[in-house]
Design a protein around this ligand. Structure first.
Ligand code: ATP
Ligand code: FE
Length: 365
């Protein structure tokens, strides 16, 4: 069995061919990150245009690297939800053209399901396992009980941690920092934080008394923003210049983010173990999404995992961010489970918003 996966939900045009055993026969990825860094955020029509310009080449490169032709494929899988409408549309219509032309079954993919299942491509992980997905657009904790069987334990009530770190990085003008100019906001914060002292400023993690597994990041953003304004006045510098205390601020906000993520994850593990949803002795905690490549945050989660007899697993960094491989692999998982394989694509539409699984976040208390 061979599946071609196509991803265009946000700002990466990705494709890959994966076989039943998880072998990646070929892949290609076109990232728009550098373009969006210059505009200080994703401009959807620009993302759409770049997907349009690149999708054909990305898919052709994938197929030729894989040494397969479309007729060799068992199915074509593509992200149809959630994501930016304009971006999703490009991948979906391109995929449906292939589906119709080569008469292949179509497997619609939920982007977050794909992120969650990626670990089963790289490691031998059985259901159930707990997953923490942290990226620029998402923040959720879910129990993965099967290929398409998710219990949503918690989610961000406002923005995602990557979005918050991107905003803080922008406010700190890290794009002008000689070492960070080509890095995403989150990566720039991590890089700078290494030279900073996290004890220099105190930024409290949010929701310390909330007895659930939800998250919040706008408070952190505003507190950090205020701190930056205060330091700008104190140092007598203009908005847009780099503060001498930028590294300390980066270290403090990164620490607060790590504490918040660790605390909520700890609660989720205890809840699942108490309800017998996870094995008491050898449960698995998977962390993925762009923010999961942050080693400081990972360390905090490792401490939580060790304290609760969990094994912490993270896909390699290139599989933590958006890519075609995870979509193709999700296609394989669905093919093997016989779930959601469409032979008639008439009614298929993309869905910019779509929650993952059954939301039980109110019961987690
Ligand atoms: P989606 O949420 O739909 O998956 P996305 O494009 O934002 O979309 P990713 O590509 O997984 O998701 O992640 C990008 C985010 O990860 C950005 O917000 C970026 O700042 C953050 N990020 C990348 N590297 C790091 C790092 N080392 N530390 C913290 N955050 C990071
Ligand atoms: Fe993603």
């Amino acid at each position: 069995k061979l599946v071609l996966g196509i991803e265009t939900s946000c700002d990466d045009t990705g494709a890959a061919v994966v076989d039943e055993t998880g072998n990646v026969l070929g892949e290609a990825l076109h990232s728009q990150t550098q373009v969006h860094l210059k505009t200080g955020g994703i401009v959807p029509p620009v993302a759409q245009q770049l997907h349009r310009e690149n999708i054909q080449r990305v898919v052709e490169e994938t197929l030729s690297a894989s040494r397969v032709t479309p007729s060799d494929l068992s199915a074509i899988a593509a992200t149809i939800k959630p994501g930016l409408a304009l971006s999703l549309g490009v991948g979906l219509s391109f995929s449906l053209q292939l589906v119709n032309r080569f008469k292949k079954p179509f497997i619609p993919i939920h982007h977050m399901e794909a992120h969650a299942l990626t670990i089963r491509l790289t490691n031998k992980v059985e259901f159930p396992f707990l997953v923490l997905l942290i990226s620029g657009g998402h923040c959720l904790l879910a129990l993965v009980q099967g290929v398409s069987d998710f219990l949503l334990l918690g989610k961000s009530l406002d923005i995602a941690p990557g979005d918050m770190l991107d905003k803080v990085a922008r406010r700190l003008s890290l794009i002008k920092h000689p070492e960070c100019s080509t890095m995403s906001g989150g990566k720039a914060i991590e890089h700078l934080a290494k030279e900073g002292n996290r004890f220099h400023f105190t930024i409290n993690p949010p929701m310390q008394n909330a007895k659930n597994c939800d998250f919040s990041f706008t408070g952190l953003q505003h507190v950090t923003d205020k701190l930056i304004t205060h330091k700008e006045k104190e140092e007598g510098i203009e908005k847009g210049q780099i503060l001498s205390s930028a590294a300390d601020i980066a270290a403090a906000v990164q620490h607060a983010t790590a504490c918040h993520l660790a605390k909520r994850t700890h609660r989720a593990i205890l809840f699942c173990k108490q309800k017998n949803l996870l094995s008491p002795a050898n449960a698995v905690l998977v962390v993925s999404g762009g923010v999961a490549s942050n080693l400081y945050i990972r360390k905090a989660l490792e401490i939580v995992a060790n304290a609760t007899q969990c094994t912490l697993l993270c896909p390699p960094p290139r599989l933590c961010t958006d890519n075609g491989i995870m979509i193709a692999w999700n296609g394989i998982e669905r093919l093997r489970a016989g779930l959601g394989i469409l032979h008639d694509v008439e009614d298929i539409r993309y869905e910019p918003k779509c929650p993952l699984g059954v939301d039980i976040s109110r019961e987690v208390a």
